[in-house]
Design a protein around this ligand. Structure first.
Ligand code: SAM
Ligand code: SF4
Ligand code: SF4
Length: 378
């Protein structure tokens, strides 16, 4: 393990036990009033990490030197089961969540992930609507699985791809994985009807900035929406430096030298991407400026880690132990909680939320310990 890297399990032990409200275990879960946090932000989007493992070693996320054969990934018994994930998602839907995104690690590595999707696809909002169900993947297993994912009820998929140039991409994923197989995965997702496929490109200055235009040329007119993401200072192990960030404004400038682009209005409130359309109708691109243009003011996202810790910010250093509510925590004298107890505990937690790390980053008031991206997902 590299010096200075805080092992994942250390951070996990820092999880807090949420306060359990004085309700009986049998109290039925009613539709709870829609909640807002301390800054008036509703809870709409839940990202669920279904595994902390990955078959890639992207240097900006799981660098090989840290995530090597000595690294302690979570043992299977620590993971939330599909039933536990579905139960929590149902409670979150009562609190206002309308969108579920499965992520990881690499979510398609979780065995029988289609079964979880089928279970989540059954959930309904208090108004009786299905939740929007999506998944973010590195695409390596997508060609094989796209059809089954669609059949299980997945609505859309986001595929990460950082370069068109095979040499650059193989070096970035650091496991020598070829571009062509990710492109096959994207094609399979499109053929299966997982529309629109979004493609995420993390742009790192000096590493893949020369790929911006080739990526735009490739996906223009393809039906897929390419999004450029600023390299973020998530976790403690990716050696992040501001010098490695290529600001979205510069990405846009480079694109506009070749293409005519027009700004689009956000399609939903709290959307992370700034959207631009090709003037000739050949589709759109997105810019996700998590470093240079903080979007905390609209942030309606919560994240559930692989073993059931809730994080109210991507940059939080401490989670809230929902697994202890589900399974009970004899050490803390806590019996397994009922749905209403968990719902009220979540409502109380969200009500206290004040996170706005990206806004504060420039003020140097960032927490010194941050959770890893592969553990709570993107
Ligand atoms: N393994 C899947 C994948 O790569 O799509 C899902 C999990 S991955 C953590 C989710 C997203 O986070 C990916 O699009 C990835 O590119 C992005 N990501 C990871 N580390 C990042 C970083 N340091 N800065 C910006 N984006 C990052
Ligand atoms: Fe794996 Fe995704 Fe992280 Fe790359 S970004 S190492 S594919 S989890
Ligand atoms: Fe949301 Fe935290 Fe990111 Fe701000 S820094 S947008 S609060 S996840």
């Amino acid at each position: 393990m590299t010096d200075g890297v805080i092992p994942l399990l250390d951070l996990r032990q820092r999880a807090r036990l949420p306060r359990v409200p004085p309700l009986s275990q049998d109290t039925p879960l009613q539709a709870l009033p829609l909640i807002a946090d301390a800054r008036g932000r509703p809870l709409r989007d839940l990202r669920i990490s279904v595994t902390d493992r990955c078959n890639f070693r992207c240097s900006y996320c799981m660098p090989k030197e840290v995530f090597d054969k000595h690294y302690r990934f979570l043992p299977h018994g620590e993971l939330l089961s599909f039933e536990e994930i579905t139960r929590l998602a149902a409670i979150f839907a009562r609190l206002g969540v309308r969108k579920l995104r499965l992520t990881g690690g690499e979510p398609l590595l979780r065995k029988n992930i289609e079964d979880l999707i089928a279970m989540l696809a059954q959930l309904r909002t208090p108004e009786g609507e299905p939740l929007e169900l999506t998944l973010t993947t590195n695409g390596s297993l997508l060609a094989r699985k796209a059809q089954a994912l669609k059949q299980a009820g997945l609505r859309r998929v986001t595929v990460s791809l950082d370069a068109m140039d095979d040499r650059v991409f193989r070096a970035m994923n650091d496991v020598d994985f070829p571009v062509a197989e990710v492109l096959d995965g994207i094609a399979a997702a499109q053929a299966a009807g997982l529309h629109p496929v979004k493609v995420n490109m993390v742009v790192k200055r000096g590493t893949n900035e020369q790929e911006i235009l080739p990526m735009a040329r490739h996906f223009r007119g393809s039906g897929a929406i390419l999004r450029f993401i600023e390299f973020m200072d998530v976790g403690m192990s990716n050696g992040w430096r501001m010098d490695d960030v290529l600001p979205s404004a510069e990405v846009l400038q480079r694109l506009r030298e070749e293409f005519e682009l027009r700004p689009l209005t956000p399609s939903v409130h709290g959307e992370t991407a700034e959207r631009w359309a090709y003037a000739d109708g050949q589709g759109e691109i997105g810019l996700i400026s998590s470093v240079t243009q903080a979007f905390c003011g609209d942030c309606n996202r919560a994240r559930l880690s692989t073993e059931g810790m809730l994080y109210t910010c991507l940059f939080a250093d401490q989670g809230h132990d929902l697994r202890a509510l589900l399974r009970g925590h004899p050490g803390a004298g806590l019996a397994p909680c009922g749905d209403a107890q968990i719902g009220q505990a979540l409502a109380d937690l969200w009500g206290l939320r004040e996170d706005r790390y990206s806004e504060l980053r420039s003020a140097h008031s960032a927490p010194q310990r941050r959770i890893e991206m592969h553990y709570i997902g993107g």
